[in-house]
Design a protein around this ligand. Structure first.
Ligand code: PMP
Length: 316
């Protein structure tokens, strides 16, 4: 897994403009701090084959941000165009040749009390990433669970939904696993702490439905669209924990994790050559880099700004 959080970027977006990183502060009394109240999206920008830089699937991330905000009663007055321009503006300020970027776009609740008078700010932080196919992952099964829809719905992308995942990763680290599967309240497969799970059985790609306790993943939709265009059978259905142990192939997918093959699951090695998921992984990277574009994977162009543009943006 990539350690993007360890970077200290020069800039961020907050309060309607790009600012120096040090200005990204929030009051300790805000609901964002007291109750961990926010909704967010992780979005990814890639250098493309023709030399352009583009943020992929941005409108879909905006739509999911709206859904999360609606479910937590957080007003989101930003239009897609405003959200897009803010995200593109920050990435344009920071992007460097030969390095991709990942951005966290968050609605942080700055005012309000138990749902009364709720006001959020759009805060965006962005990080550089090396251009490489993810290393295969050693995956384990956690004793922590995804909460049920009536407790903390998995389809809400909010920081508080990552507490069980954090505990699962701590548990996994002690066992040499960098990612962990969390089961749902019915003891079937939900998802990993920060990604959805794909297995192959008898030539069919299988993934749990979102109703099994998984985020409504945008990468998963992209992988499904690619699989369909290759004629590879793709099924969403409940998955039992024992099916993971007998899968022919296994991978995780998500915006940050992209499509990462599994090296071992619960200490059992998977084959290094995973023909179906390996093919989908290659096609995913070809699509996001526009080497072989796919109609599902659209990209919003970012025009890298020079030093002058950065000064202007920060002082505006
Ligand atoms: N599940 C969880 C818990 C996640 O954090 C993510 C990453 N956002 C995913 C699944 C994959 O979702 P997406 O493909 O939309 O990034």
């Amino acid at each position: 897994m990539k350690q993007v959080q360890l970077q200290t970027p020069k800039y961020l977006y907050m309060g309607g403009k790009i600012r120096p990183w040090e200005e990204g502060v929030i009051h300790v009394g805000a609901e964002a701090v007291v109750r961990g109240l926010n909704v967010f999206e992780g979005v990814k920008g890639y250098w493309q084959q023709n030399g352009d830089f583009g943020i992929v699937l941005l409108e879909k991330h905006y739509q999911r941000l709206q859904h999360s905000a609606k479910l937590l009663h957080i007003p989101c007055p930003w239009t897609y165009e405003q959200y897009r321009d803010a995200t593109c503006g920050l990435m344009a300020t920071m992007v460097e040749p030969g390095r991709d970027m990942w951005a966290r776009t968050t609605l942080l609740v700055t005012e309000g009390y138990w749902g009364i008078g709720t006001v959020a700010d759009l805060v965006i932080t962005a990080y550089h990433q090396e251009q490489k196919i993810p290393d295969p992952i050693d995956l384990g099964l956690s004793t922590w669970q995804r909460p049920a829809d009536v407790a903390l719905p998995a389809r809400i992308k909010t920081s508080t939904n990552y507490q069980a995942g954090r505990l699962a990763r701590i548990e996994g680290r002690a066992r040499g696993c960098s990612e962990m599967i969390l089961l749902n309240s019915q003891s079937r497969v939900g998802e990993a702490s920060g990604a959805c799970v794909l297995i192959v059985r008898d030539g069919t790609v299988i993934t749990p439905t979102a109703a099994e306790g998984a985020l409504e993943s945008i990468t998963l939709d992209a992988v499904e669209a690619i699989a369909r265009s290759y004629g590879i059978p793709f099924v969403r259905r409940p998955v039992e924990r024992t099916e993971l142990l007998i899968a022919d192939e296994m991978a995780l997918c998500g915006t940050l994790c992209e499509v990462a093959l599994i090296n071992s699951y619960e200490g059992q090695p998977l084959p290094a050559d995973q023909p179906i998921l390996g093919k989908l992984q290659a096609a995913y990277f070809d699509a996001v880099r526009q080497v072989k574009p796919h109609p599902f994977i659209t990209a919003v162009p970012v025009q890298p700004g020079g030093v002058e543009d950065v000064r202007r943006a920060v002082s505006a």
